[in-house]
Design a protein around this ligand. Structure first.
Ligand SMILES: [Fe+2]
Length: 436
């Protein structure tokens, strides 16, 4: 019995989940951890004279970050080519360009890969390494009907990721997401063969991120942390007969909760400083740690309604993912979902720094929404709602609600509160204007 079929099985066949599982790349964190990149590669079995590829973008090359990485690698005896053509919000064709670059460099690809950048660069590095190892092109491995839905069977040469933003969590996730230009949608390759072997998180790479980007990526990270904390308990879901059928988003566990709690504290407590004083390395380090912990929690337990609603918005209006999460969170994650368990949202309020003394759980959840919106305003670079973000009006809401419910079943299945198209429409309406 597969997991999907077990959901619709008759009640006497249903068995509650009793196991949680976490899979992560090897992690190295801290100031100067880039100096251990060579050691990390050797630890993954890469020989000292190996020839590798650094996948990054032009801005990071201009800022000298790419040079820092190649210098360290060359000091350790490796030789490195640099591919610095990753665009923001990459499309399938951009990954195919990188794959072509690798294939032209020689049969079988490189001995190792390093991805340096935000989610875009890291996703290109992840997909390139996987497709080179498995053959064919990106669309072969994207789910049907958009792609061919072929299964990846090989991981390929070792891949290490160095994030330069504190947000997406791509450094630990088994997913790489790209725009499919012909269909005007975003689709992902999702497989443990896409996940990096190791991540090196050095906060000194994050201080050059401009305030706007810092704010956007932080709101995505905060979304992962809060959504992961407020999704279903793993043992309230159903147990798959075959462990291989356990979904990637498997509900919150004691493991993920611990990371969510620390992530909410770190991100909400440091984002103002990181945005307004980007050189503050303590704040940057706390943000990078918060984003990592948020990703460990949210990308294991699972994101909820807010991320589900963000995909149709991103597909139609090509909005930035973090900004989309920022404008949708008050109405979806907090307002709508808190009715499922106000006590849990009162806990989030406390982690967020709200003094909840003497408040009912409901009042604490409301105070969380108020403080979250206040935080966005304080950052000074985020839009006031969906209308300012993308010009969305009442007329667009039916389509957005319909798309969310019809295309985001995977995320909505584990939302803590059931949703109908009408519910989602109302949440979108609430998100048009978070403040005047
Ligand atoms: Fe996200």
């Amino acid at each position: 019995m597969s997991y999907e079929r077990s959901v619709s099985a008759s009640p006497h066949e249903l068995v509650s989940e009793s196991v949680w599982h976490v899979q992560l790349p090897e992690l190295r964190f801290g100031r100067g951890s880039v100096r251990e990149l060579g050691f990390q590669l050797a630890d993954l079995g890469v020989p000292a004279d190996a020839h590798g590829l650094l996948v990054t973008d032009g801005t990071l090359a201009d800022l000298g970050h790419a040079g820092r990485v190649t210098d360290h690698l060359e000091d350790d005896g490796f030789s490195v080519d640099v591919y610095d053509d990753c665009p923001r919000e990459p499309a399938v064709s951009d990954v195919d360009d990188c794959i072509e670059f690798v294939r032209e460099a020689g049969d079988g690809g490189y001995d190792f890969y390093v991805g340096l950048g935000g989610g875009s660069c890291m996703d290109v590095a992840k997909a390139t390494r996987a497709v080179v190892a498995n053959g064919g092109e990106v669309l072969d491995y994207i789910a049907e009907p958009t792609g061919e839905g072929e299964r990846l069977t090989e991981s390929g040469a070792p891949l290490v990721l160095l994030p330069t933003t504190a947000g997406t969590g791509s450094e630990i996730s088994p997913v790489a997401i790209f725009a499919v230009e012909e269909k005007n949608i975003k689709e992902g390759i999702s497989s443990n063969h896409v996940r990096a072997d190791a991540a090196v998180l050095d906060p000194t790479f994050t201080t050059t991120l401009p305030p706007e980007e810092t704010a956007k990526t932080a709101m995505d990270a905060l979304g992962h942390a809060i959504e992961g904390y407020t999704t279903h308990d793993y043992d309230s879901l159903l147990r798959p007969e075959d462990p291989a059928d356990r979904p990637v988003y498997a509900g919150r566990s004691p493991f993920t909760e611990m990371f969510s709690e620390e992530a909410i504290r770190l991100l909400s407590g440091n984002v103002r400083t990181a945005v307004h004083n980007g050189d503050d390395l303590d704040a940057r380090e706390n943000m990078l740690r918060g984003a990592l912990f948020g990703a460990i929690a949210g990308l294991t337990a699972g994101a909820t309604l807010c991320h589900a609603m963000a995909y149709p918005v991103g597909n139609r209006y090509h909005t930035n993912h973090g900004e989309t999460i920022a404008v949708l969170t008050p109405a979806s994650t907090i307002d709508y979902n808190s009715a499922s368990d106000p006590g849990r949202f009162a806990d989030v309020a406390e982690l967020f720094g709200v003094d909840t003394t003497g408040m009912t759980d409901r009042a604490a959840a409301d105070a969380l929404k108020e403080q979250y919106v206040q935080l966005q305003q304080d950052l000074n670079v985020l839009p006031s709602g969906l209308h300012e973000l993308a010009g969305v009006t009442e007329d667009d809401l039916d389509w957005l609600a319909e798309q969310t419910v019809s295309t985001q079943k995977r995320l909505l299945r584990t939302n803590p509160r059931p949703v109908t198209v009408d519910d989602v429409r109302e949440v979108f309406a609430d998100a048009l204007h978070n403040w005047e």
